[in-house]
Design a protein around this ligand. Structure first.
Ligand code: NAD
Length: 368
């Protein structure tokens, strides 16, 4: 009974154990009201199975909201592999993982997340079709960081409109934390627009690459330390690295007017959304802003179409703007407004599904 209380509202949790390859993984399916579950597979050397379970339950629930917000016909799911991505990977491990995914018979689609790469899933793809985000030569849609970065740009424009009255990226300053796949592309676009940038990364090579790019574009950027990034005079803080970076300590340091970035789970706790609001800082809920990658991989399962992905990613602008307006009207935080919007969308579909429950509907299998 305790375990059922623990998994609470989740529909299904699968423990995957393959002695031969050493695979120990957990797949969690949170909610399939909108369609089969979709979510990445994270690989991490979790200290305990309990930590891994906690993570996969939290992440899969987040995917339900993210799918609802992005208006893709998928539900929330996620997988975690317990292991060190630098030491424990093997083709056999990912093939074994693929077999477990196949065993779910189309209820769960997955791909890369922290600690896993598209190449890992080329092995899983030999066992199941329920894989997304591999390179185009393997039938996938390739690197999803480009639409994610574009979504951040639309998020910045909507936020500038809400805060400064104009969506122009030019004439504002941005503090970007993390210059990886997404952060670098966001920085590049902002430099092209002539915006002022403060940037930081824990890896010098990422900073060097951006400095080289800024010289090519003839723009100036200011490189700051990991701590200074919270204390700049920028208009907008753009977190594109890790989660939990909006917390008691960092909120007291922030001087910005808004926070808009790609990093997942930016708020350490829900109450930090309220704290930002109390300080007059507009927060763009992360799962609304960073949905571009999800939009691309979900789209891939129908028939890849870059134009359609672009159009759906563009919708992030209006979704975010509507959430800002709703939050203001209802005197709630932007996170509460976003969550409410997603819950209502899921509820509306539940009603629709029960209306059609007696008709003969085809089984979900979006790839064929
Ligand atoms: P990435 O690993 O390519 O880049 C992350 C960068 O952040 C790296 O350069 C790393 O050195 C840097 N970094 C890590 N910790 C830091 C710190 N404390 N201070 C400063 N820099 C730090 O990852 P990515 O794909 O660019 O994703 C960035 C964030 O956006 C992640 O939180 C990810 O979960 C989220 N996200 C990414 C996508 C996508 O399509 N790639 C989609 C949705 C959400």
């Amino acid at each position: 009974m305790d375990m059922f209380q623990r998994i609470n509202e989740h529909q299904q949790v699968v423990f995957c154990n393959d002695e031969q390859s050493g695979l120990k993984a957990i797949i969690a399916i949170h909610n399939t009201t909108l369609g089969p579950a979709l979510g990445g597979c994270r690989m991490q050397p979790y200290k305990t199975v309990d930590d891994a379970l906690e993570d996969v339950l939290r992440l899969s629930k987040g995917m339900t909201y993210k799918c609802a917000a992005a208006d893709v016909d998928f539900g929330g799911g996620k997988a975690v592999i317990i292991g060190d991505p630098l030491k424990d990977k093997s083709p056999e491990l990912f093939r074994a993982f693929g077999q477990f995914v196949e065993g779910l018979n189309g209820r769960f689609y997955t791909g890369t997340d922290m600690g896993t790469e598209p190449e890992d899933f080329v092995h899983a793809l030999k066992e199941t079709n329920c894989i997304v985000g591999v390179e185009e030569v393997y039938g996938g849609s390739g690197d999803s960081s480009a639409p994610t970065a574009l979504g951040v740009i639309y998020g910045l424009q909507a936020t500038n409109k809400a805060v400064f009255g104009s969506e122009d990226l030019y004439g504002k300053s941005y503090a970007i934390q993390g210059l990886g796949k997404v952060g670098f592309k966001v920085a590049e676009r902002l430099m092209e627009e002539g915006a002022d940038l403060y940037v930081t990364d824990i890896h010098q090579h990422a900073i060097d690459d951006l400095v080289t790019k800024s010289k090519q574009l003839g723009t100036l950027i200011k490189v700051v330390s990991s701590q200074e990034i919270y204390q700049t005079n920028a208009d907008v803080f753009v977190p594109c690295a890790i989660g939990g970076i909006i917390n008691d300590e960092t909120i007291s340091m922030l001087n910005v007017k808004a926070v808009v970035g790609s990093a997942n789970n930016q708020l350490l706790e829900l109450r930090h959304g309220q704290m930002l609001q109390d300080k007059g800082i507009l927060y763009a809920p992360d799962y609304i802003v960073n949905a571009g990658g999800l939009i691309q991989v979900a789209d891939e399962l129908y028939e890849p179409n870059k134009e359609r992905v672009l159009r759906k990613t563009k919708a992030i602008y209006n979704s975010l703007f509507d959430i800002y307006k709703q939050a203001e009207m209802d005197s709630i935080t932007t996170v509460e407004a976003a969550n409410r919007f997603c819950e209502e969308r899921i509820k509306a579909r539940t009603k629709r599904n029960s209306f059609f429950s007696h008709s003969k509907r085809p089984k979900w299998n979006v790839r064929y």
